[in-house]
Ligand binder design. Sequence first.
Ligand code: AMP
Ligand code: MG
Length: 334
Amino acid sequence: MNTRIIKIDPDNIDMNLIAEAAEIVRRGGLVAMPTETVYGLGADSFNPEAVKKIFAAKGRPADNPLISHIAEIGEVERLAREIPPRAQRLMEHFWGGPLTVILKKRPEVPAEVSAGLDTVSIRMPSHSVAHALIKASGTPIAAPSANLSGSPSPTLAEHCIADLSGRVDMIIDGGSSLIGLESTVVDLTAEVVTVLRPGAITAEQIAEIAGDCIYGGNYAEAPKCPGMKYTHYSPRAEVFAMKSMENAEEMLKAHGGKTAVIDMNPKRYAADIVYDAGPDLNSYAARLFYLLRRADEDGVDFLIARLPESEGIGAALRNRLLKAAGGRTDDSYA
Ligand code: AMP
Ligand code: MG
């Protein structure tokens, strides 16, 4: 398949190009689009054949459900059969933005989107290009991250091109994703409000609007949905998430091969490569997936990365870092 790659400036949207992309979506094709979290690989949520192509292009297991993206809050009613008041409050408060809500699905939502579950996950992005594309398509767009299953989520069009060239109809380059981590996923179908995946919107922020909320994330004993059993990011290097950098030098020196460090405002380390995660948690979040890809490209064998405190987006960063490290920390290093 020939993949068309186009550039759209988020601050000055070319509506002719959006119309072209929307036409692909309406005809059942695949379009990779920029969002404020990460790039998404989109298809018409109501077209099961199109949705199946997403799984094929990514190599994604069919039991991992997809998030449907909408352009107006009212469109939730096309997908969900029940909208509890606290869900309505969350949507009004945080949309467009990096919050995905799980609600009971309407029968019209194809089983391919929900992976056979009775629920549907929905998000309204704030990104101008995603918003324009969804609106012009006239349908919710089902979109997981636009990477091959098992590689880090894409935060630049270059990442989508590397993973999906020849496998999708179009890739829209809209620059780098501002947030850089996937959305917060919150389950609103049970009595207890549960955060299934931490993101830029924190459990505390959700509790303020929705009342009590618990974190039932990926390291919970029983996965709340099939998709949670998959580890998303598997760099080639052996990765350690560092609660403290105290033993960093010792660990680096003990290792042969190519060594690297990811740290905020890094000092000098006895490593082959030192990657700068920026001055604060937000820049760390925006750069993490990019740096994990870089480490692979640079042929890094042993990678240690600072595990930040859990305030703000730190909780989401910790979650992604621990996944990338397969749960290994400096504590477990022997
Ligand atoms: P991705 O689109 O690759 O960022 O992954 C979407 C995430 O949302 C996965 O972890 C899914 O398992 C989760 N998800 C999507 N839909 C549902 C749902 N209906 N119930 C529970 N989790 C979901
Ligand atoms: Mg993904």
